[in-house]
Structure formats: C-alpha cells, structure tokens
Design a binder for this molecule. Structure first.
Ligand SMILES: [Zn+2]
Length: 339
C-alpha cells in the first residue's frame, strides 16, 4: 500500500468505515482528490412497504423500485422545501410511473400499466425496464407550493432504461458528467412458516464537479455551435472523471442491495485509494400525503355531472393510487359549495 505520508494525494482516513448497514437512508459523499461527489441510497422496509402494498407483477415492481431510488437521489439533492416529482409517460406496457418525494425524506410511488401487455412481455422474456417503458418521456417537476413557479425538466425515453434516461438528462440539461446505478431485487428469507420475500433496492449516483467548468466536458456531448448532424469528438474526458466512471461501473447490483454491506463500506471499497469523505445520512420513509380533506376538495372541484357518475351503490368511493387508502363519501357530503 502507498504511504500517505509520501503521497500527498492520498488522504489519511479519519476513521474506519462503519460496518453497520442502515436501511432507508441516503448518504452523500465526496472524493475530493477526483472532484467527485455523489450519494448512496439503500432501501429496505421503505421499498418493501411500497411494492408489497401495490402487489404489481414483479418486473413492474422492479421498475417502480428503480424509479424510487432515482427520485430519492435527485430529490434529496435539491436544497428546497417542497416536492420533487418524477413521472414517465410512454408507449410501453407500463404507461406511467409516478414517484413523489417530499423533503426531507417522504416517498410514495405508483404505476399505471396494461396487464395483458405486461403478461405478454413476461411470457416472451422481454420484461426488463427498458422494454416495459418503451418510448415517451420522463419529466421531473419541482413543486414548492402554490405561490412558486414549478420547474420541469424533460428527457426523452428512447427504448432505454431509467439509468439511460438519467444520464441523458444530466448530459443534455445539466451538462454535469453523471453516472447512476440502480438496483432492485427480492430477498428470500427462510423463516418460520416458510420463506418470505422482501423487496430491497439501492443505488449510487456519481458526479464530476471540478472547480474549473471546462474540465467537465464529456466526450460525446455535441458542441452547440456545430452544424446539425455533425458528430464532433474533439474534447477528451478528464482523467479524474474517466477514473470515477470506471470505478462506478464495477459496482454490482448485489453490492447495492446487500443487507449486510453498509453504504460506508461500499464507498470505501470503491474509493479507498483516493480517500472518500462521507456526510451525515438522511432518513427516508414511505408515506403518502393523501387525506380525506384533499380527496373531498378534489371531488368538490368536479362538475355535478362527473360526481353523479362516480356514485355507486349510493356512495362515492375513492381509492388513493399511491397507498390504496379508501375514502368513502355520501353524495350529499361533496356537493360543490354554493357560491
Ligand atoms: Zn395515499
């Protein structure tokens, strides 16, 4: 091993990485020697609660899990109070994914999909995330309340995965070299009364943020002043980013979801030669923001005709798509208030 005293580029660790994994957390980190910053997400009970409640077909659940990890990674980075919403709309068997992140750590998620097409995709062995999504777009919205502007970022889904879409977004819109890894799996546990399944998910995001912005050029980013259709590869990628990206590409899915591997140990495994600094991890939880009051307000905003069509067996029943909570109203309860 290189002696830190003779090699000033290697930082001396101030303590050993914690071996204790903490589920449902997001941990920011920094590799100063390479100008890299990132976040590690590890989800246990949170993702199991969301996915078990929906009971979607497994490949759909997996895709929702990936979207949750991505949303948490992006939403928690915003230094705002409010909501960050990631939403896909596409022509694949999964028509829509919605994940809602409310600062500092509340998450909910749901999907809309065509049952028959999902079953056919599973049958034909083509039910990975990219096949389920198909073509369309992914929108990211920041909502800071009724008096604030909503900011929306858009990226095309072109038959790739959510990871691909995230890379494309950061390359085109933010122009920050970024690498994202997402993993979701079911953990099988032997126990009394038979084996039990539990969903787990995890991910890592790595970004190259050098002090001089010209170092952040990415080889395949098309210079804006070049004529349409001309591919120009004149800017070599920075060595620090090439190294960071290569390290991230070695991360296996199992390392991201392994219940026995702590986020700190994973980071140490990846970056110990350069020195990695971790910051306080943020706690995450599955929690819906629906309420009887909100549902009632929504029903009042509908036309009388629309409300009449919702009456079944003398009552209006509304089920929250995110958490399956059921709200039942007598038709008279939700008459529009006379103005
Ligand atoms: Zn709900």
């Amino acid at each position: 091993m290189t002696d830190p005293a003779t090699n000033p580029r290697i930082e001396i660790p101030t303590r050993a990485p914690s071996a204790t994994p903490t589920d449902d957390t997001i941990m920011p980190f920094e590799v100063a020697a390479l100008d890299l910053r990132g976040r590690v997400v590890r989800l246990g009970p949170l993702i199991d609660e969301i996915l078990a409640r929906h009971a979607y077909p497994d490949p759909v659940a997996k895709l929702v899990g990936e979207a949750v990890v991505l949303t948490v990674m992006l939403g928690s980075a915003l230094k705002i109070d409010g909501r960050f919403i990631l939403q896909t709309q596409s022509d694949g068997p999964v028509r829509m994914l919605v994940v809602d992140f409310t600062s500092p750590g509340k998450v909910r998620a749901c999907a809309r999909f065509d049952k028959d097409r999902v079953a056919a995709a599973i049958e034909s062995g083509k039910a990975d995330g990219s096949a389920l999504l198909g073509h369309g777009h992914l929108a990211m919205t920041i909502d800071q309340g009724p008096d604030m502007n909503r900011y929306q970022g858009l990226v095309a889904l072109e038959g790739g995965s959510l990871e691909d879409a995230a890379h494309e977004y950061f390359l085109r819109s933010e122009q920050i070299p970024t690498r994202v890894r997402l993993a979701v799996a079911e953990e099988l546990r032997a126990g009394q009364g038979g084996a039990s399944h539990r969903w787990r998910a995890g991910g890592i995001l790595l970004q190259f943020l050098p002090k001089s912005p010209e170092r952040a050029h990415v080889a395949d980013l098309h210079p804006g002043d070049a004529p349409e259709g001309v591919e120009v590869h004149t800017l070599p990628e920075d060595d620090a980013w090439v190294e960071g990206r290569a390290l991230i590409d070695t991360v296996e899915d199992i390392e991201l979801i392994d219940p026995a591997l702590s986020s700190e140990r994973l980071l140490y495994r990846l970056f110990h030669e350069r020195g990695v600094r971790v910051f306080r991890a943020g706690a995450l939880r599955a929690e819906c923001s629906c309420s009887r009051d909100n549902v009632e307000a929504m029903l009042r905003s509908f036309s009388q005709d629309d409300r009449d069509h919702m009456v079944e067996n003398g009552r209006i029943s509304v089920t929250c798509e995110f958490c399956s909570a059921n709200y039942v109203f007598a038709p008279g309860e939700v008459e529009a208030k006379a103005s």
